[in-house]
Design a protein around this ligand. Sequence first.
Ligand code: ADP
Length: 139
Amino acid sequence: MIERTLVILKPDCMQKNLASTVIERFTQAGLSLVACKMMRLQESLLREHYDFLIDKPFFPSIVSYMMECPVLVLVLRGENAIAVVRGLLGPTDSSTAPKGTIRGDFGQDKSRNIAHASDSQEVAVKEIARFFTTNEVFA
Ligand code: ADP
């Protein structure tokens, strides 16, 4: 099934100058970049985006980390895009993510893990609408 998924290249990705390297992993896997925006994330938007983590003790550290510097927000489109992107990223904890995955190759730990990606169709639709208007998504 052709899907769209939302990806955020997080502050550690931007600070390590890895944006183009990570985007290339996605495009080499056959996905197309159909929207792209550089943003300084605000706390209100992060509280909405990570609402399922608000009660966790590490929530304040997620917010401060995600506000360290501007991030790149992308929409990728292609066959099974949601699962393909999550597979390329690897598991949340970069310290145990396999080599060859984006997090395993470039991430640091459970928090500084290079990129966010939508984890279901329903979430992808909500997340794309959170960051982009319909006329900013080009396919
Ligand atoms: P994923 O990003 O793999 O979908 P989750 O949805 O579980 O993972 O968590 C969202 C984000 O919250 C993670 O990518 C990470 O940045 C942060 N996070 C999750 N668990 C922890 C933790 N135990 N300590 C610090 N940050 C965490």
